[in-house]
Design a binder for this molecule. Structure first.
Ligand code: FA5
Length: 335
């Protein structure tokens, strides 16, 4: 009588020896192939004495199924060993898709907006493509005025319709005029937005930059309010130890005008221009300049971001290098 038990033991022992795919193949030929040893037993069943047939036949068929399973299991085992882990571990967490994060300028802009909101400012936006009139003339910078050279301008191509000239705004100050057309004092507003200048770039200058304009108009406002507001802002953003300096500066739409610089890498970095709103601008808005005064400022968001994150070259911000941008993942949610 065929000893199925001995046969099974031998088959399993030899399967355990198979160390690779080729070994598994030859094992299969030897045991389960057309001329294989178990196949031979199955074929021989019909020649067995009638009383042995059912027992051996059923046993050999069961063994065939079990050996098929065993070879599948052995293959998985070999695969797992090769990949140094289970072939498929369904308990592992899925692969996390890359999430991205907010751009450092967006993070900084939102932080600045929030700081001004806390100080009681409204936030509004204006058009990137602006009329010459608002960007220059009504800010007391008529054509031919030397102050136009302070802003190298990108003009929108003339469409030949004889309409007013348009440009990519060089600063957010035109929104001072637009806002004064719509609102009455007391005014306390900031205007974040992108500006464009036809400028050569260097470590602190980009041709595309973000500004936050501020405009405050009320009765009895003095330069002390301007200084107090901006110093409070700077201390909130950079901490109480930050070193600042005001210096005289000239902008045709303010009188007097100043710039604010902060200590940066042993030097000073100009962060904003500011001043008392020129009485003519107040008057043009239909307000009495003897009653209403105010101050305005325009600050560079990229400059604030450089100080905040210790970025030494402004040009990193818009190079779109994922290695640089992913440094800011850690600030996700801090905006
Ligand atoms: C202005 O644009 C004035 N409109 C600011 C102003 C508003 C003055 C209201 C008075 C009253 P200025 O060109 O200096 O000024 O730019 C203001 C700030 O924008 C600078 O202090 C700097 O922080 C930033 N800035 C200007 N040019 C660039 C540039 N090319 N790249 C990066 N930041 C810049």
């Amino acid at each position: 009588m065929v000893d199925l038990e001995a046969l099974e033991a031998e088959a399993r022992a030899s399967l355990a020896e198979a160390g690779d795919e080729a070994g598994l193949d030859s094992w299969r030929v030897e045991w389960l192939g057309r001329r294989g040893r178990l196949t031979a037993v199955l074929r021989g069943v019909r020649d067995l004495p009638a009383e042995e047939r059912p027992l051996i036949g059923a046993g050999a068929n069961r063994l065939k199924g079990e050996l098929e399973d065993a070879v599948t299991a052995r293959r998985a085992e070999l695969l797992a060993a090769a990949s140094d882990g289970p072939a498929l571990d369904v308990t592992l967490p899925g692969r996390r898709p890359p999430m991205g994060s907010l751009h450092p300028i967006t993070l900084t802009r939102r932080m600045m907006e929030r700081t001004f909101r806390d100080m009681g400012f409204d936030v509004v936006e204006g058009p990137d493509v602006e009329l010459e009139e608002y960007n220059f003339d009504r800010l007391r910078i008529p054509a031919g005025h030397p102050a136009r050279d302070m802003w190298d301008t990108m003009w929108v191509a003339d469409d030949g319709s004889g309409g007013p000239r348009q440009l990519l705004r060089t600063h957010t100050s035109p929104m001072q005029i637009r806002y004064l057309e719509r609102r009455q004092p007391p005014i306390r507003v900031i205007v974040p937005g992108t500006c464009y200048r036809y400028e050569a770039t260097d470590a602190t200058h980009e041709w595309m930059l973000t500004q936050i304009e501020g405009l405050v108009i009320d009765e009895d406002l003095s330069f002390a309010h301007l200084k107090g507001t901006l110093e409070a802002f700077v201390r909130r953003v950079f901490g109480a130890e930050i070193e600042t300096r005001f210096r005289c500066d000239y902008f045709p739409f303010v009188e007097p005008g100043a710039e604010l610089g902060v200590r940066w890498q042993g030097d000073w970095l100009e962060v904003l221009g500011c001043g008392m709103v020129h009485p003519e601008i107040i008057e043009d808005a239909g307000l009495d300049p003897d009653r209403f005064t105010g101050f305005a400022f325009g600050m560079g968001v990229e400059r604030v971001a450089m100080l905040r994150y210790g970025v030494r070259d402004i040009r990193h911000f818009y190079r779109n290098d994922i290695r640089f941008l992913s440094e800011f993942d850690q600030f996700r949610g801090s905006a």
